[in-house]
Ligand binder design. Structure first.
Ligand SMILES: [Zn+2]
Length: 344
């Protein structure tokens, strides 16, 4: 079934913008072909907007602040203007628009749930708004699912039939893709792997539970934990997770303890995924994994220790390869997956 609220496809008919024929970077024949998708990656602090071609290349992109207090309608007006500008810059007509959005969202109706980083936006519907604005088919998924679809199509997960893509940054999100399709729970729900409980008596999590994987192994959790162990005279009380990793590499004992703890908890969560799903591949991305070299040996060690009943050695653990554009590339793939595959 296609997205509720998605308007009729006007393939080759253009959106609200006139066709622009003056491009600089790509030949005319390529610019005018099908497969040019407008892409939005909606997060709590910023919205990335771009145009992605049929080969997963980002032709133009801009970022704008989410400006949550100004409201959903204001944000949609802003991204519509930015998207039209990106299409002009790329010199293309859009075939459709794909969206990855921080959750919870209903991927089939396009309605936003109670997203803690988007207060006041509950009930907003980017699919309906943009479909009406551009007169194009629009599709949306949870951003973790969008990233997983992007990695399956163009990144480290290419060709994998059973893949779980985990993004470890401000939070932990994961998308499950089986035979090219996003796995959904009841009522189109997105399983919250980042909130599976690692330690039942662990620190409280924003979701209301205690000891979630996200509460123990996200970037902010590393920052909070090191504050609980360092002496008062420790020189860097307000460092970021990335800075902690850098200090660990420089020999800082406290930072090394924080990194060891982070590697262990990453390993426990990934080992649980191995035991529960035994996927062909687990792709790891997000800002924390920019320091992956500090964590990978320990992650593999924990998997070997914890996953004795499944062929864990056959589960490929790899790093995401789409880089900072994964949100846009994944969003475009959301559209292709919805409208160019056999459907949900
Ligand atoms: Zn939680």
């Amino acid at each position: 079934m296609l997205a509720v609220g998605a308007g009729p496809a006007i393939l080759g008919g253009g959106g609200l913008r006139p066709e622009i024929t003056k491009g600089k970077r790509f030949p005319l024949s390529e610019r005018r072909c099908k497969g040019m998708i407008g892409a939005l990656d909606i997060g709590g602090t910023k919205i990335a907007v771009g145009v992605v071609d049929a080969n997963g290349r980002v032709l133009a992109k801009e970022e704008c602040p989410t400006d949550v207090p100004l409201g959903f309608d204001h944000a949609m007006q802003q991204v519509s203007e930015v998207l039209a500008r990106c299409a002009d810059q790329a010199g293309v007509k859009l075939q459709g628009i794909g969206i990855g959005c921080t959750g919870p969202v209903d991927p089939l109706t396009g309605t936003l749930g109670d997203v803690n980083t988007l207060p006041g936006w509950k009930g907003g519907n980017p699919v309906r708004k943009l479909s009406a604005e551009f007169r194009l088919p629009v599709a949306m998924e949870n951003d973790a699912d969008a990233a997983a679809l992007g990695e399956v199509a163009w990144g480290s997960g290419k060709g994998k039939a059973r893949l779980i893509c985990v993004t470890i940054g401000t939070g932990i999100g994961a998308g499950v893709v089986l035979d090219g399709k996003v796995y959904r729970g009841v009522a189109h729900s997105h399983p919250e792997i980042g909130h599976h409980i690692i330690e039942a008596s662990g620190p409280p999590c924003s979701c209301g539970a205690r000891g979630c994987w996200e509460a123990l192994a996200s970037g902010p959790s590393v920052v909070e934990w090191i504050k609980t162990i360092v002496p008062a005279a420790y020189p860097s009380q307000d460092q970021t997770a990335r800075e902690i990793c850098t200090r660990a590499q420089g020999g800082d004992e406290w930072a090394q303890r924080a990194v060891e703890r982070e590697a262990y908890y990453l390993g426990v969560g990934i080992a649980n995924i191995v035991t529960l799903f035994v996927p062909e591949a687990i792709v790891l991305g997000g800002s924390v994994m920019k320091s992956a070299s500090l964590f990978l040996d320990r992650i593999h060690q924990v998997i070997r220790q914890n996953c004795g009943l499944v062929p864990s050695e056959s589960v490929e653990i790899s790093l995401a390869s789409l880089g900072p554009d994964v949100g846009l590339i994944g969003a475009a793939q959301v559209w292709r997956n919805r409208f160019q595959s056999s459907g949900d």
